[in-house]
Design a binder for this molecule. Structure first.
Ligand SMILES: Nc1ncnc2c1ncn2[C@@H]1O[C@H](COP(=O)(O)OP(=O)(O)O)[C@@H](O)[C@H]1O
Ligand SMILES: [Mg+2]
Length: 272
């Protein structure tokens, strides 16, 4: 991925995909598939094509911080206040995608760009997103995602068949795991750092949940999002999390401590 400057459209993200190995054949197709998804979602200024070893795409660049660097302060100081505004904006971003009938399939902290502007959080890397028509030539079966953020039912199916079907409730799990790891540095499940992917997936299937200690209502909310059964997880829409219409500050950076990002919004109460 490169950040580049386009004469017509300003800053853009240029993605180039090539075949890594037979097992992950999708890496060559991912840029074009993502661009097809962005077209289907009606996003402007997206182009794509092929090259000798795969596909490429160009899309607008979103200025902001990934959730992981943005929340570094909380990881180094557990008593730092919870950034409820950003958490609610993450939920809203996922809810917008779900409301359009799509699921993301690959939610992780690096794919949540916190802009600090009115559009809140932008979800990026939609190469695995599902719903409508994706240009057949570039489509591929969903291979699962990074296991740290993979819901138990996805891990179970990937172990059994090598494939799975992404869903909004699996996105909710992935978002819960993303919020947890960004706030605490802890993965949702316990497995050795150097465990092979099948071992990681088996730990997820065996529900080796890691205990964590985060204040209410943030902690209980994440706990519910990480429920083992999909039907026990809140939906983004029904979670009643909302960043509301609070006035915005200029874009937050990883070092900044924007005040309104730390105030618990009343809409977290009773969320579930
Ligand atoms: N449209 C975008 N705007 C801003 N940053 C982006 C954008 N697309 C990708 N990035 C950055 O590039 C990284 C890699 O891009 P991504 O689409 O996740 O590709 P891959 O997972 O194949 O590496 C992201 O984690 C993010 O930091
Ligand atoms: Mg990515």
């Amino acid at each position: 991925m490169w950040e580049a400057e386009s004469k017509e459209h300003g800053r853009v993200a240029v993605k180039v995909g090539a075949l890594i190995d037979e097992e992950r054949g999708y890496t060559a197709l991912a840029p074009a598939r993502e661009a097809s998804v962005l077209h289907a979602l009606g996003r402007p200024h997206v182009t794509y094509g092929t090259w000798g070893r795969g596909t490429w795409s160009v899309q607008p660049w979103y200025d902001g911080d990934g959730l992981w660097p943005l929340w570094s302060r909380h990881r180094s100081d557990a008593s730092a206040p919870i950034d409820y505004l950003t958490a609610a904006e993450c939920v809203e971003a996922v809810d917008r995608l779900h409301s359009d009938g799509w699921c993301h399939g690959d939610i992780q902290p690096a794919h949540l760009i916190v802009t600090g502007e009115r559009d809140g959080v932008r979800l990026i890397d939609l190469a695995f997103a599902r719903r409508g028509t994706v240009k057949n030539l570039y489509d591929f079966l969903y291979p699962g995602c990074l296991v740290h953020y993979e819901a138990p039912e996805i891990s179970r199916n990937v172990l059994a068949t090598g494939r799975a079907v992404p869903s909004p409730s699996a996105d909710v799990y992935a978002l819960g795991a993303s919020l947890l790891i960004s706030a605490t540095g802890k993965r949702a499940m316990v497995y050795p750092d150097d465990a092979e992917r099948p071992v990681q997936r088996q730990a997820v299937v065996d529900n080796k949940r890691r205990p964590f200690d985060l204040p209410a209502p943030f902690g209980p909310m994440i706990d519910a999002m990480l429920s083992y059964e999909p039907y026990d997880r809140p939906r983004c829409r029904t979670s009643r999390l909302s960043s509301g219409e609070r006035p915005r500050k200029p874009r937050a950076t990883a070092d900044a401590t924007p005040k309104q990002r730390n105030s618990p919004g009343p809409k977290w109460a009773g969320a579930r």
